[in-house]
Design a protein around this ligand. Structure first.
Ligand SMILES: Cc1cc2nc3c(=O)[nH]c(=O)nc-3n(C[C@H](O)[C@H](O)[C@H](O)COP(=O)(O)OP(=O)(O)OC[C@H]3O[C@@H](n4cnc5c(N)ncnc54)[C@H](O)[C@@H]3O)c2cc1C
Length: 394
């Protein structure tokens, strides 16, 4: 009864997507979580399915991942709240004007729906932006969804295909045969047997990999979010700050004019209007172990940054806040791959893009395990083998 073809450890968006695509092939899949579906980072995040933070050389790849979402609600028979309203990136320094123009030109060359906006365009689009704003960039294809509904919908789809879900069952060991191949897992609710085990435990994936003596340096990188009360309309769609990109591209040549603390905690303005009439404010990036408590000082810095872009936010009340742990890999790319341990696969390290890359990851993992023809992307890109050399720290 506890025997299947494939065991997946972790019921976040990565584990449920992998379960969905594998169960579609007819494989008998068991998905195990120490709590429930979407009880980790996939319920402590935003649901942005965006390419706006990509460089021109990455954008076609990210767009391929994004374009897997339209139609997914129908395929799953589950309303994942997918919407494609586009998003706007704002900048508040003169230095970024020229850079934004060049960035838009490079993206148009790649065929992506980018548009440069001068201050007048920005104000016509979002009348409540602050006086310091110098212009913006519109990315027309960006979208969003509800990440918990995505995980629930994928799980429902997988269940219909025969996948079994076992909750409240922390995996505490992995069984191997005399040749080292995996044969199953030990959980606090008993043993489960399968010749294939997929580690999709997100920020906890290093702990699962260590059970077969594989040491991956995936670390939790905390991010916090503020949830506002219902307000009048502040902005009609997702807004972010352009300096995500300027900081990336200009690297040493460009330093954001922000306090050292904002730099230290990776504070970047992100605004997400919600259907209920309230909004989310992000974002932060902090290595602080597995701590998911909100930190009032970081929340204050996030609010300060938000008010620089939309001064009216100072009058809104926060009703709650939460923090999640991004699974951070040392070279910023996910690991989606087999390993030198026969039957042991890894799907982790998606950091701040795990929702975007969930369907691509599930598809790739299913193709790698079933060895079914051409893969959706070149698997070398996310192969664990790149860590066979000793890695530097982050
Ligand atoms: C504030 C914030 C905002 C974000 N915004 C976005 C965004 O807008 N767009 C985007 O694409 N990405 C975003 N991300 C990133 C995204 O949320 C993650 O990349 C993604 O959720 C990771 O999914 P996962 O399935 O790998 O991990 P998780 O969702 O954490 O799932 C791992 C699961 O493994 C289980 N588990 C752990 N240990 C064990 C064990 N021993 N036995 C059994 N089960 C175990 C856990 O219970 C958990 O359910 C954001 C992240 C944060 C923190």
């Amino acid at each position: 009864m506890n025997t299947s073809d494939i065991i997946i450890v972790g019921g976040g968006v990565i584990g449920t997507a992998t379960a969905y695509y594998l169960s579609k092939t007819g494989a008998r899949v068991t998905l195990i979580d120490r709590q429930d579906v979407a009880s980790g980072t996939s319920s402590r995040c935003d649901g942005n399915i965006v390419i706006y933070d990509m460089m021109p050389d990455q954008v076609l790849f990210a767009r391929k991942a994004q374009d897997l979402f339209p139609g997914m609600a129908d395929e799953l028979g589950y309303d994942i709240k997918w919407k494609r309203r586009g998003c706007v990136l704002l900048f508040d320094t003169e230095e970024e004007i020229d850079h934004a123009r060049r960035h838009v030109a490079a993206m148009l060359e790649k065929g992506q729906p980018y548009k440069y906006m001068d201050v007048k365009d920005v104000r016509a689009d979002e009348p409540l932006v602050g006086d310091k704003i110098k212009g913006g960039v519109e990315v027309g294809c960006d979208g969003s969804l509800n990440p918990m509904f995505l995980a629930f919908g994928l799980m429902e789809g997988a269940r219909r295909n025969g996948c079994r879900f076992v909750g409240n069952a922390p995996v505490i060991g992995i069984y191997r045969d005399g040749k080292g191949a995996v044969t199953g897992v030990r959980t606090e609710r008993g043993d489960f047997h399968a010749p294939v085990v997929v580690d999709a435990a997100g920020p906890w994936s290093a702990q699962i990999a260590a059970m077969v003596d594989i040491h991956i340096k995936v670390e939790p990188r905390q991010g916090q979010l503020i949830v506002s009360e219902r307000t009048g309309k502040i902005a009609r769609r997702k807004i972010s700050e352009f300096s995500y990109i300027t900081t990336k591209i200009l690297s040493d040549e460009y330093k954001r004019p922000v306090t050292w603390e904002m730099q230290e905690y990776g504070i970047c303005f992100v605004f997400e209007p919600c259907e209920a009439g309230n909004f989310l404010i992000g974002s932060s990036r902090w290595f602080n172990g597995f701590d998911t408590r909100s930190n009032p000082h970081i929340l204050k810095l996030m609010a300060q940054r938000a008010i620089e872009f939309f001064p009216c936010i100072k009058d809104a009340r926060a009703i709650r806040s939460y923090a999640g742990l991004r699974p951070y890999s040392p070279d910023h790319y996910p690991i989606v791959s087999g390993t030198h341990v026969p039957g042991f696969y890894i799907a982790t390290g998606h950091e701040g893009s795990g929702i975007l890359y969930s369907l691509m990851t599930g598809t790739l993992m299913s193709q790698l395990i079933t060895k079914a023809g051409e893969t959706i992307i070149d698997p070398a890109r996310w192969d664990f083998a790149r860590f066979s050399q000793p890695q530097q720290g982050h």
